[in-house]
Write a protein that binds this ligand. Structure first.
Ligand SMILES: [Zn+2]
Length: 295
C-alpha cells in the first residue's frame, strides 16, 4: 500500500535524514490510530534495508527489496501482537539485531503496538536503545504513548503524525474503492481512514450504510429496537461504537442533558460488552430503545 498523501512529506523528510546518515536509531511514531503509521513504518523499514535507496525511497528491485517484499528479509523483524508483548518476544527481536547483518547492511526492528510491551519487555528493549549496535534502527509505533515507560520515550526521537483533514481522507478512501465514503462514515471511525478499510476487509457482515438505514427506520418508527438488536447482535461492539460516535456528533449539535445522557449510555454499553458471556442483544435493544424514545 502506498503512503497516503497526508504522511508523504513527513516520510520524505525521514528518507532525506537516512540518506544524510542522520536518521535516529530509535524512532517513536505516534498519532491517532488508523491514519497509516504502520504503512509509513513499513516503507521506511524497506527503504532503510534497500541497497539502492534514493530520495524517493526503496528501489523495489535489489535483493534486499525482493526479500523484503517476500517477507523473508533476514535483517528485518516485526513484533506483531494484539495481546501483551512479553520479554521473550523482545529478546528474540533484539537477538536478530545483535547478530551481524546477513545482507551486510542495516537492520530494522518494527514494533507496531509498542504500548503492548510488558514492563520487563520494555526494560529489555531499553538496553538496546541505550547502546545501539551499528546500523540498527528500531521503529516503535503507538497511538497511546502515555502507556510507554518514560525511559523508552526519552531514548527515542518522537514523531507525532496528525490525522488527515476530511477532504484528504475522503479522497483516499475513494481511491481505495470505498464507495460510500462520507463525512459521517469517517466520523463513525474516529477520523481514521485506515480503520475503515481494515474493517471492510475484516467483516463483510454489516456495513455502515446498513447501520444508518437501520437507525433511520428506528427513529422513523418503521423498525423496533428488539428486531434491530437481533439483526445486529453479531456486530454489537461495532454498532455500539457507531452509536457512540453518532451521539457524540449529536452532542455537538444539541448539547442538552438528554443527548449527553445518551452518549454516556453508549460509553457504558461499550464497557459492558467487553464482559464475556454478556447478552449482547439485550444490551443493544435497551440502548436502541433509549435512543428511539428521545430521538
Ligand atoms: Zn532496493
Amino acid at each position: 500500500m502506498l503512503i497516503p498523501d497526508w504522511l508523504l512529506s513527513r516520510y520524505e523528510k525521514l528518507i532525506r535524514r537516512l540518506q544524510a546518515g542522520r536518521l535516529h536509531h530509535g524512532l517513536l511514531l505516534t498519532g491517532p490510530a488508523g491514519i497509516g503509521k504502520h504503512v509509513l513504518a513499513r516503507e521506511l523499514a524497506k527503504t532503510i534495508l534497500c541497497k539502492n535507496n534514493s530520495t524517493t525511497g526503496a528501489c523495489g528491485q535489489c535483493q534486499a527489496c525482493l526479500l523484503y517484499e517476500a517477507g523473508s528479509h533476514p535483517d528485518m523483524a516485526e513484533l506483531v501482537s494484539d495481546k501483551q508483548l512479553g520479554v521473550d518476544a523482545i529478546r528474540q527481536g533484539i537477538g536478530r539485531l545483535n547478530s551481524t547483518a546477513q545482507l551486510s547492511g542495516n537492520k530494522v526492528l518494527v514494533i507496531p503496538k509498542a504500548e503492548k510491551m510488558t514492563e520487563a519487555a520494555a526494560n529489555a528493549l531499553l538496553k538496546t536503545l541505550e547502546e545501539p549496535t551499528n546500523n540498527t534502527f528500531i521503529l516503535l509505533l503507538t497511538n497511546r504513548p502515555q502507556q510507554l515507560l518514560a525511559t523508552i520515550v526519552s531514548r527515542c526521537e518522537k514523531h507525532i503524525f496528525p490525522a488527515p483533514v476530511t477532504a484528504d481522507a475522503l479522497k483516499w478512501l475513494e481511491q481505495q474503492g470505498v464507495k460510500d465514503a462520507s463525512e459521517a462514515l469517517l466520523h463513525a471511525y474516529g477520523g481514521a481512514p485506515f480503520a475503515i478499510v481494515e474493517s471492510l476487509h475484516q467483516d463483510k457482515g454489516l456495513e455502515y450504510r446498513a447501520f444508518t438505514e437501520g437507525l433511520d427506520s428506528l427513529l422513523a418508527g418503521s423498525k423496533d429496537a428488539v428486531s434491530l438488536s437481533i439483526d445486529w447482535q453479531e456486530h454489537a461492539e461495532r454498532v455500539v461504537g457507531w452509536l457512540q460516535q453518532y451521539m457524540h456528533s449529536q452532542c455537538i449539535k444539541y448539547p442538552d442533558k438528554q443527548t449527553i445522557h445518551l452518549y454516556e449510555a453508549c460509553t457504558q454499553a461499550r464497557k459492558i460488552l467487553q464482559n464475556p458471556g454478556i447478552n449482547k442483544s439485550m444490551i443493544l435493544s435497551c440502548l436502541l430503545a433509549e435512543i428511539k424514545q428521545t430521538g
